[in-house]
Ligand binder design. Structure first.
Ligand SMILES: NC(=O)c1ccc[n+]([C@@H]2O[C@H](COP(=O)([O-])OP(=O)(O)OC[C@H]3O[C@@H](n4cnc5c(N)ncnc54)[C@H](OP(=O)(O)O)[C@@H]3O)[C@@H](O)[C@H]2O)c1
Length: 271
Protein backbone atom coordinates (compact mmCIF):
# COMPACT_ATOMS: atom_id res chain seq x y z
CA UNK A 1 0.00 0.00 0.00
CA UNK A 2 1.33 3.46 -0.91
CA UNK A 3 1.07 6.10 1.80
CA UNK A 4 0.55 9.61 0.42
CA UNK A 5 1.06 12.75 2.53
CA UNK A 6 -0.74 15.94 1.47
CA UNK A 7 0.75 19.07 3.05
CA UNK A 8 -1.18 22.36 3.28
CA UNK A 9 -4.24 20.14 3.36
CA UNK A 10 -6.74 22.95 3.88
CA UNK A 11 -5.13 25.15 1.23
CA UNK A 12 -7.08 25.80 -1.95
CA UNK A 13 -5.18 23.18 -3.88
CA UNK A 14 -4.28 20.83 -1.00
CA UNK A 15 -7.89 20.36 0.03
CA UNK A 16 -8.88 19.50 -3.53
CA UNK A 17 -5.95 17.08 -3.81
CA UNK A 18 -7.31 15.20 -0.78
CA UNK A 19 -10.75 14.97 -2.39
CA UNK A 20 -9.34 13.87 -5.75
CA UNK A 21 -7.25 11.15 -4.10
CA UNK A 22 -10.24 9.78 -2.18
CA UNK A 23 -12.43 9.90 -5.29
CA UNK A 24 -9.77 7.91 -7.14
CA UNK A 25 -9.87 5.25 -4.45
CA UNK A 26 -6.66 6.06 -2.56
CA UNK A 27 -6.88 4.30 0.79
CA UNK A 28 -3.79 5.51 2.64
CA UNK A 29 -3.85 9.30 2.64
CA UNK A 30 -2.39 11.40 5.45
CA UNK A 31 -3.27 15.10 5.53
CA UNK A 32 -1.05 17.63 7.29
CA UNK A 33 -2.81 20.59 8.87
CA UNK A 34 -2.08 23.10 11.62
CA UNK A 35 -5.42 22.58 13.33
CA UNK A 36 -7.05 19.17 12.72
CA UNK A 37 -10.29 20.15 14.49
CA UNK A 38 -10.84 23.23 12.33
CA UNK A 39 -9.71 21.46 9.16
CA UNK A 40 -12.76 19.17 9.07
CA UNK A 41 -11.09 16.80 6.64
CA UNK A 42 -13.19 13.97 5.20
CA UNK A 43 -13.54 10.56 6.82
CA UNK A 44 -11.07 8.06 5.54
CA UNK A 45 -8.12 10.45 5.79
CA UNK A 46 -5.50 10.16 8.51
CA UNK A 47 -5.00 13.67 9.88
CA UNK A 48 -1.61 14.79 11.20
CA UNK A 49 -0.91 18.04 12.99
CA UNK A 50 1.81 20.23 11.50
CA UNK A 51 2.97 22.50 8.71
CA UNK A 52 5.89 22.43 6.28
CA UNK A 53 6.75 25.84 7.68
CA UNK A 54 7.38 24.22 11.08
CA UNK A 55 10.04 21.59 10.38
CA UNK A 56 9.87 20.22 13.94
CA UNK A 57 6.46 18.75 13.00
CA UNK A 58 7.80 16.93 9.95
CA UNK A 59 9.49 13.78 11.31
CA UNK A 60 6.15 12.53 12.65
CA UNK A 61 4.26 13.69 9.55
CA UNK A 62 6.77 12.05 7.20
CA UNK A 63 6.93 8.69 9.03
CA UNK A 64 6.25 5.77 6.63
CA UNK A 65 5.26 8.11 3.80
CA UNK A 66 5.99 6.93 0.25
CA UNK A 67 4.84 9.92 -1.82
CA UNK A 68 4.66 13.57 -0.74
CA UNK A 69 2.53 16.40 -2.11
CA UNK A 70 4.57 19.47 -1.20
CA UNK A 71 2.70 22.77 -0.91
CA UNK A 72 4.97 25.71 -1.67
CA UNK A 73 6.41 27.43 1.39
CA UNK A 74 9.66 29.12 0.45
CA UNK A 75 11.12 29.92 3.89
CA UNK A 76 11.51 26.27 4.89
CA UNK A 77 11.43 24.41 1.58
CA UNK A 78 15.11 23.39 1.70
CA UNK A 79 14.72 21.88 5.15
CA UNK A 80 11.41 20.23 4.32
CA UNK A 81 12.99 18.55 1.29
CA UNK A 82 16.13 17.46 3.12
CA UNK A 83 13.97 15.92 5.83
CA UNK A 84 11.89 14.14 3.20
CA UNK A 85 15.06 12.50 1.92
CA UNK A 86 16.12 11.55 5.46
CA UNK A 87 12.68 10.05 6.10
CA UNK A 88 13.05 7.80 3.07
CA UNK A 89 10.20 9.35 1.09
CA UNK A 90 10.32 7.91 -2.41
CA UNK A 91 8.83 10.71 -4.52
CA UNK A 92 7.99 14.41 -4.12
CA UNK A 93 5.25 16.05 -6.18
CA UNK A 94 5.79 19.75 -5.66
CA UNK A 95 3.49 22.63 -6.48
CA UNK A 96 5.53 25.50 -7.85
CA UNK A 97 4.84 27.79 -10.80
CA UNK A 98 6.35 28.70 -14.15
CA UNK A 99 10.11 28.12 -14.26
CA UNK A 100 12.27 31.10 -13.34
CA UNK A 101 9.52 32.85 -11.39
CA UNK A 102 8.87 33.31 -7.68
CA UNK A 103 8.49 29.56 -7.06
CA UNK A 104 11.77 28.46 -8.67
CA UNK A 105 13.29 28.01 -5.21
CA UNK A 106 10.81 25.19 -4.60
CA UNK A 107 12.01 23.23 -7.63
CA UNK A 108 15.65 23.95 -6.79
CA UNK A 109 15.22 22.61 -3.24
CA UNK A 110 13.38 19.51 -4.44
CA UNK A 111 16.04 18.68 -7.01
CA UNK A 112 18.87 19.34 -4.54
CA UNK A 113 17.56 16.87 -1.96
CA UNK A 114 17.92 13.90 -4.27
CA UNK A 115 14.42 12.44 -3.91
CA UNK A 116 12.77 11.54 -7.24
CA UNK A 117 10.31 14.28 -8.11
CA UNK A 118 7.63 15.66 -10.38
CA UNK A 119 7.22 19.44 -10.64
CA UNK A 120 3.74 20.91 -11.13
CA UNK A 121 4.04 24.28 -12.85
CA UNK A 122 0.67 26.02 -13.04
CA UNK A 123 0.49 29.50 -14.50
CA UNK A 124 -2.12 31.94 -13.28
CA UNK A 125 -5.15 30.53 -11.46
CA UNK A 126 -8.59 31.43 -12.83
CA UNK A 127 -9.51 32.37 -9.27
CA UNK A 128 -7.29 35.43 -9.66
CA UNK A 129 -10.17 36.92 -11.67
CA UNK A 130 -11.80 37.67 -8.33
CA UNK A 131 -9.50 40.66 -8.43
CA UNK A 132 -12.34 42.24 -10.44
CA UNK A 133 -15.16 41.05 -8.14
CA UNK A 134 -15.53 44.33 -6.24
CA UNK A 135 -15.81 46.31 -9.48
CA UNK A 136 -18.26 43.86 -11.05
CA UNK A 137 -20.45 43.82 -7.96
CA UNK A 138 -20.54 47.63 -8.08
CA UNK A 139 -21.29 48.12 -11.79
CA UNK A 140 -20.71 47.08 -15.39
CA UNK A 141 -17.27 48.61 -15.93
CA UNK A 142 -13.97 46.86 -15.17
CA UNK A 143 -10.94 49.13 -14.92
CA UNK A 144 -7.55 47.49 -15.44
CA UNK A 145 -4.62 47.98 -17.78
CA UNK A 146 -3.06 46.21 -20.80
CA UNK A 147 -6.35 44.67 -21.92
CA UNK A 148 -4.52 42.65 -24.57
CA UNK A 149 -2.26 40.94 -22.01
CA UNK A 150 -2.89 37.28 -22.74
CA UNK A 151 -2.42 34.09 -20.77
CA UNK A 152 -4.09 30.70 -20.33
CA UNK A 153 -5.29 30.59 -16.70
CA UNK A 154 -6.04 27.26 -15.07
CA UNK A 155 -8.77 26.18 -12.63
CA UNK A 156 -7.37 25.10 -9.27
CA UNK A 157 -9.49 21.94 -9.55
CA UNK A 158 -7.47 20.94 -12.60
CA UNK A 159 -4.17 21.48 -10.80
CA UNK A 160 -5.43 19.24 -7.99
CA UNK A 161 -6.66 16.59 -10.42
CA UNK A 162 -3.23 16.46 -12.07
CA UNK A 163 -1.54 16.33 -8.67
CA UNK A 164 -3.68 13.38 -7.61
CA UNK A 165 -2.95 11.43 -10.81
CA UNK A 166 0.76 11.97 -10.39
CA UNK A 167 0.68 11.08 -6.68
CA UNK A 168 -1.08 7.83 -7.55
CA UNK A 169 1.34 6.88 -10.34
CA UNK A 170 4.57 8.68 -9.53
CA UNK A 171 6.69 6.19 -11.44
CA UNK A 172 5.15 7.38 -14.71
CA UNK A 173 6.18 10.98 -14.08
CA UNK A 174 9.67 10.81 -12.54
CA UNK A 175 11.82 13.87 -13.28
CA UNK A 176 9.07 15.54 -15.24
CA UNK A 177 8.15 19.24 -15.17
CA UNK A 178 4.42 19.54 -15.88
CA UNK A 179 3.62 22.94 -17.34
CA UNK A 180 -0.06 23.42 -16.51
CA UNK A 181 -2.47 25.85 -18.18
CA UNK A 182 -6.14 26.11 -18.92
CA UNK A 183 -7.44 25.13 -22.36
CA UNK A 184 -7.38 28.57 -24.02
CA UNK A 185 -5.30 31.72 -24.12
CA UNK A 186 -7.40 34.78 -23.27
CA UNK A 187 -6.78 38.50 -23.03
CA UNK A 188 -8.03 40.45 -20.02
CA UNK A 189 -10.67 41.98 -22.28
CA UNK A 190 -11.90 38.50 -23.28
CA UNK A 191 -11.97 37.27 -19.67
CA UNK A 192 -14.16 40.20 -18.64
CA UNK A 193 -16.51 39.50 -21.55
CA UNK A 194 -16.77 35.83 -20.51
CA UNK A 195 -17.47 36.82 -16.90
CA UNK A 196 -20.28 39.02 -18.24
CA UNK A 197 -21.63 36.09 -20.26
CA UNK A 198 -21.66 33.91 -17.14
CA UNK A 199 -23.44 36.62 -15.17
CA UNK A 200 -25.91 37.45 -17.96
CA UNK A 201 -24.65 41.03 -18.08
CA UNK A 202 -22.69 43.07 -20.57
CA UNK A 203 -19.47 44.15 -18.87
CA UNK A 204 -17.27 46.88 -20.34
CA UNK A 205 -13.51 46.56 -20.02
CA UNK A 206 -11.58 49.86 -19.82
CA UNK A 207 -7.80 50.27 -19.96
CA UNK A 208 -6.30 52.83 -17.58
CA UNK A 209 -2.82 54.37 -17.82
CA UNK A 210 -0.24 52.69 -15.55
CA UNK A 211 -0.43 54.95 -12.49
CA UNK A 212 -4.22 55.19 -12.49
CA UNK A 213 -4.45 51.40 -12.87
CA UNK A 214 -2.17 50.88 -9.89
CA UNK A 215 -4.26 53.27 -7.80
CA UNK A 216 -7.49 51.48 -8.78
CA UNK A 217 -6.18 47.93 -8.36
CA UNK A 218 -4.42 48.68 -5.08
CA UNK A 219 -7.92 48.84 -3.58
CA UNK A 220 -8.01 45.06 -4.04
CA UNK A 221 -4.36 43.99 -4.23
CA UNK A 222 -2.61 46.49 -1.99
CA UNK A 223 1.14 46.62 -2.55
CA UNK A 224 1.03 43.92 -5.26
CA UNK A 225 -0.78 46.19 -7.72
CA UNK A 226 2.41 47.66 -9.23
CA UNK A 227 3.85 44.16 -9.78
CA UNK A 228 0.62 43.04 -11.44
CA UNK A 229 0.40 46.09 -13.71
CA UNK A 230 4.04 45.99 -14.77
CA UNK A 231 3.89 42.24 -15.42
CA UNK A 232 1.05 42.77 -17.86
CA UNK A 233 3.33 44.33 -20.45
CA UNK A 234 5.28 41.09 -20.67
CA UNK A 235 2.10 39.16 -21.43
CA UNK A 236 1.48 41.42 -24.43
CA UNK A 237 4.99 40.84 -25.73
CA UNK A 238 5.03 37.14 -24.80
CA UNK A 239 1.45 35.86 -24.55
CA UNK A 240 1.23 32.54 -22.69
CA UNK A 241 -0.03 29.71 -24.90
CA UNK A 242 -2.30 26.92 -23.74
CA UNK A 243 -0.74 23.47 -23.37
CA UNK A 244 -2.62 20.14 -23.25
CA UNK A 245 -0.96 18.71 -20.11
CA UNK A 246 -4.13 18.62 -17.97
CA UNK A 247 -5.95 16.47 -20.51
CA UNK A 248 -2.91 14.29 -21.16
CA UNK A 249 -2.54 13.46 -17.47
CA UNK A 250 -6.16 13.37 -16.30
CA UNK A 251 -7.83 12.13 -19.47
CA UNK A 252 -10.50 14.83 -19.20
CA UNK A 253 -10.78 18.27 -20.77
CA UNK A 254 -9.42 21.20 -18.80
CA UNK A 255 -12.00 23.61 -17.36
CA UNK A 256 -12.72 26.59 -19.62
CA UNK A 257 -12.83 30.10 -18.24
CA UNK A 258 -16.55 30.30 -19.04
CA UNK A 259 -17.22 27.09 -17.09
CA UNK A 260 -15.21 28.43 -14.16
CA UNK A 261 -17.06 31.76 -14.34
CA UNK A 262 -20.47 30.06 -14.31
CA UNK A 263 -19.48 27.88 -11.36
CA UNK A 264 -18.18 30.86 -9.41
CA UNK A 265 -20.68 33.51 -10.54
CA UNK A 266 -21.81 34.20 -6.97
CA UNK A 267 -18.38 35.60 -6.16
CA UNK A 268 -19.18 38.43 -8.57
CA UNK A 269 -22.79 39.03 -7.46
CA UNK A 270 -24.08 41.17 -4.62
CA UNK A 271 -25.50 38.59 -2.21
N1 LIG B 1 -2.35 32.47 -7.80
C1 LIG B 1 -1.66 31.98 -8.82
O1 LIG B 1 -1.90 32.33 -9.96
C2 LIG B 1 -0.59 30.95 -8.55
C3 LIG B 1 0.05 30.34 -9.61
C4 LIG B 1 0.99 29.35 -9.34
C5 LIG B 1 1.26 28.99 -8.02
N2 LIG B 1 0.63 29.64 -7.01
C6 LIG B 1 0.92 29.23 -5.62
O2 LIG B 1 0.20 28.06 -5.41
C7 LIG B 1 -0.05 27.92 -4.01
C8 LIG B 1 -1.45 27.43 -3.89
O3 LIG B 1 -2.02 27.89 -2.78
P1 LIG B 1 -3.04 27.16 -1.89
O4 LIG B 1 -4.13 28.11 -1.63
O5 LIG B 1 -3.39 25.82 -2.41
O6 LIG B 1 -2.26 27.05 -0.54
P2 LIG B 1 -0.83 26.49 -0.19
O7 LIG B 1 0.13 27.63 -0.15
O8 LIG B 1 -0.48 25.33 -1.02
O9 LIG B 1 -1.11 26.00 1.27
C9 LIG B 1 -1.73 26.83 2.23
C10 LIG B 1 -2.03 26.00 3.46
O10 LIG B 1 -0.84 25.80 4.20
C11 LIG B 1 -1.14 25.75 5.58
N3 LIG B 1 -0.49 26.74 6.44
C12 LIG B 1 -0.34 26.60 7.75
N4 LIG B 1 0.29 27.63 8.28
C13 LIG B 1 0.54 28.47 7.26
C14 LIG B 1 1.20 29.71 7.18
N5 LIG B 1 1.74 30.32 8.25
N6 LIG B 1 1.30 30.32 5.98
C15 LIG B 1 0.78 29.72 4.88
N7 LIG B 1 0.16 28.52 4.91
C16 LIG B 1 0.04 27.90 6.09
C17 LIG B 1 -2.61 26.03 5.70
O11 LIG B 1 -3.22 24.73 5.81
P3 LIG B 1 -3.55 24.11 7.22
O12 LIG B 1 -4.33 25.13 8.01
O13 LIG B 1 -4.34 22.91 6.89
O14 LIG B 1 -2.26 23.79 7.89
C18 LIG B 1 -2.98 26.67 4.41
O15 LIG B 1 -4.31 26.44 4.05
C19 LIG B 1 0.27 29.26 -3.37
O16 LIG B 1 1.46 29.15 -2.64
C20 LIG B 1 0.46 30.18 -4.54
O17 LIG B 1 1.41 31.17 -4.27
C21 LIG B 1 -0.30 30.59 -7.26
Amino acid sequence: MTKILVTGATGNIGRMVVDELLAAGADDVRALTVDPARAALPDGVEVARGFVGRPSTLPTAYANVDVLYLAPHLPTVVEACRMADEAGIGHIVDLAGPKGEHWQAVEDAVEACGVPYTHLEPGEFMANATLWARQIRAGDVVLDTCGDATNAPIAQEDVAAVAARVLLSPGEHVGRSCELTGPEALSRRQKVALLGEALGRELRYVDLPRDEAIEELAKDMGEHAAWYVDGAGLLIEYPQRAVPTVTEITGRPATTFLEWSRRNADLFRDQ
